[in-house]
Design a protein around this ligand. Structure first.
Ligand code: FCB
Length: 447
C-alpha cells in the first residue's frame, strides 16, 4: 500500500458543502415553491415545513451545523439568499432578513469558512410569480435591483457570488415538463425563460462588479453528460440536440456572448461581461436513443445500458458516472477560467454507495486538474438532509442524516470521510482503505 501515492489537490483548494435557502431555512412562506407544495404537487405529499431550521435565530441550528462543518475541516459553504424574504413585497425591503443573513455569514467568517452566496436558487417571491415570474417584462430589472440591494447590504461579508442556479433546469421543469410552478408545457416559453435568466445573470454580474470590483462572480450550470446509445445517426443526433440545447447554449451566451436559443425572436444579444469562474453542478450521465415518443426531451428517450450503475428512485434514468466529471471539466476548461464544482452528490439514505461515489468523483476531478483544468474547489450536495423540491423528504442527499420532525442530526460515515479528505487536502490510500476499500483500484488507477 505504501507505494500508492495520495491524490493531492492544489494548495488553497476549497472544500465545502452546498445548500439552498428554500431547502434549508424553513417556513419560507412567501415564495412560489411553498405555494406549490401546499397545493399537492410534491410527489410524497410532504411540505418543506421547518426544513433544516436554519432561519430561526433562537434555535441556532445553522450556527451549530456551520461549527460542525468547520470541525470537519471544511473551509467553504455555499448557501443562497431568499429573494422573497429580502424583498417581501415589490420594492419593500426587510432589514430583519438582512440582519439574519448578516448573522449567518458573520458566523461562517468567524469559523474561517468562505461563504459562496447564490442570489437565485429556483424560488421566486409571490409578488413576482403573480406578475408572470421569469416571463414578466421587467424581471431582469427587478432582479438587478434586488442584486444591488443585497450587494450593498452584504458585500462586506461576501466576495464569492453565484448569480443564478441552474437556469436550464429551472426553465425546463417549470415551463416544459411542468413539474414545478407554474406547471407549463410550452417550448417557446421555456427558451424565453432560459434566455431571460441568462440576461439577468449578465445584469447581476455587472451590478456586483460595479459595486464590488474585487468580487468573484459566476453562473451555476447543471452539466449532465448526454451520450448516444448507439453509434448511429438518429441516436447521435438526439444526444447532440440535448447537449446543444441543455448545455451548450448557456455557455455560448455567457462565455462567448452569442445568445441564440431556438424560437426566441425577442432577444437581441448579450453584452460581453466578466465571469470570474465557471460554476458546474454535476450529477451523472443520460444515455439516450431516438424515439418519437419523447418530444419534451428532443426525441431522446432515456435508455438504461445493461451494465451501468444507475441512481435509485426517483432518478432511475441517470447513471452514476464519475468520469463524466472529468469530461465536463475538460469541456469547460476551454474558456480558460477558474472552475468550481458548485454541486455534486448522491441520494443515498443508507450511505451505502456515497463513500465510493465521493471518492471516484474526486479522483476524476483530480485527473481533470492534472490535465490542466483550473479547478479551485468542490462543494458536496449537501451537508444536512434537506427538502428536495418535488421529491420532498423522501430523497436524502446529506452527509448528515436529519429527522425533520425532531431536527435531530446523525452524521453518516461519508461526513467523516469527506472531512478527512478536506483536512489532508488529498485522497490518501489510508482514507480509501478505511471508508471504501473496494474503491481502491477505481480511485488510484489513472484512466
Ligand atoms: C440540483 C439543485 C439542488 C438539489 C440537487 C439535488 O439540481 O440545484 O437544489 O436539488 O440538484
Amino acid at each position: 500500500m505504501t507505494s500508492i501515492q495520495p491524490l493531492r489537490f492544489p494548495e488553497n483548494f476549497l472544500w465545502g458543502v452546498a445548500s439552498a435557502a428554500h431547502q434549508n431555512e424553513g417556513n419560507n412562506r412567501n415564495n412560489d415553491f411553498w405555494q406549490w407544495e401546499q397545493t399537492g404537487h410534491v410527489h410524497d405529499g410532504t411540505t418543506s415545513g421547518l426544513a433544516t431550521d436554519w432561519w430561526n435565530a433562537a434555535h441556532r441550528r445553522a450556527e451549530s451545523d456551520f461549527a460542525r462543518a468547520a470541525e470537519l475541516g471544511l473551509n467553504t459553504l455555499r448557501l443562497s439568499l431568499e429573494w422573497s424574504r429580502i424583498e417581501p413585497a415589490e420594492n419593500r425591503w426587510d432589514d430583519a432578513a438582512i440582519d439574519r443573513y448578516r448573522q449567518l455569514l458573520g458566523t461562517l467568517r468567524e469559523l474561517n469558512i468562505t461563504p459562496m452566496v447564490t442570489l437565485h436558487h429556483f424560488t421566486n417571491p409571490l409578488w413576482l410569480a403573480e406578475r408572470g415570474g421569469w416571463l414578466a417584462a421587467d424581471v431582469v430589472a427587478r432582479f438587478e435591483r434586488y442584486t444591488a440591494h443585497v450587494v450593498d447590504a452584504l458585500g462586506d461579508l461576501v466576495d464569492l457570488w453565484c448569480t443564478i442556479n441552474e437556469p436550464m433546469v429551472y426553465a425546463y421543469l417549470s415551463h416544459l415538463v411542468g413539474d414545478w410552478s407554474p406547471g407549463r408545457h410550452n417550448f417557446p416559453q421555456t427558451f424565453k425563460v432560459a434566455a431571460t435568466m441568462t440576461l439577468a445573470h449578465r445584469a447581476a454580474e455587472q451590478t456586483i462588479h460595479a459595486r464590488q470590483p474585487h468580487a468573484r462572480v459566476g453562473l451555476v450550470k447543471n452539466q449532465p453528460i448526454f451520450d448516444p446509445l448507439r453509434d448511429h445517426q438518429p441516436d447521435k443526433m438526439v444526444a447532440g440536440w440535448q447537449e446543444t440545447l441543455f448545455n451548450r447554449r448557456i455557455f455560448q451566451a455567457v462565455y462567448e456572448h452569442r445568445l441564440h436559443f431556438p424560437l426566441n425572436f425577442f432577444a437581441k444579444g448579450i453584452a460581453a461581461g466578466q465571469e470570474d469562474f465557471i460554476g458546474i453542478n454535476y450529477y451523472g450521465r443520460h444515455t439516450v436513443k431516438f424515439s418519437l415518443r419523447a418530444p419534451f426531451t428532443m426525441f431522446g428517450e432515456p435508455f438504461i445500458p445493461p451494465h451501468a450503475e444507475m441512481w435509485d428512485e426517483p432518478w432511475t434514468d441517470r447513471e452514476i458516472y464519475p468520469h463524466g466529471l472529468y469530461r465536463v471539466c475538460m469541456a469547460a476548461a476551454k474558456y480558460k477560467k477558474p472552475i468550481f464544482i458548485t454541486e455534486n452528490g448522491l441520494a443515498d439514505a443508507a450511505d451505502a454507495r456515497r463513500p465510493r461515489f465521493l471518492l471516484t468523483h474526486l479522483a476524476a476531478l483530480h485527473r481533470a486538474i492534472q490535465a490542466g483544468a483550473d479547478v479551485r474547489g468542490y462543494y458536496h450536495w449537501t451537508f444536512v438532509d434537506n427538502y428536495e423540491w418535488v421529491e420532498g423528504w423522501s430523497t436524502r442527499f446529506g452527509l448528515i442524516a436529519l429527522n425533520p420532525e425532531t431536527q435531530a442530526r446523525t452524521p453518516r460515515r461519508s461526513a467523516e470521510m469527506f472531512g478527512a479528505i478536506a483536512r489532508a487536502n488529498a485522497i490518501t490510500p489510508e482514507i480509501v482503505a478505511e471508508f471504501a476499500p473496494d474503491a481502491m483500484d477505481a480511485v488510484f488507477s489513472q484512466k
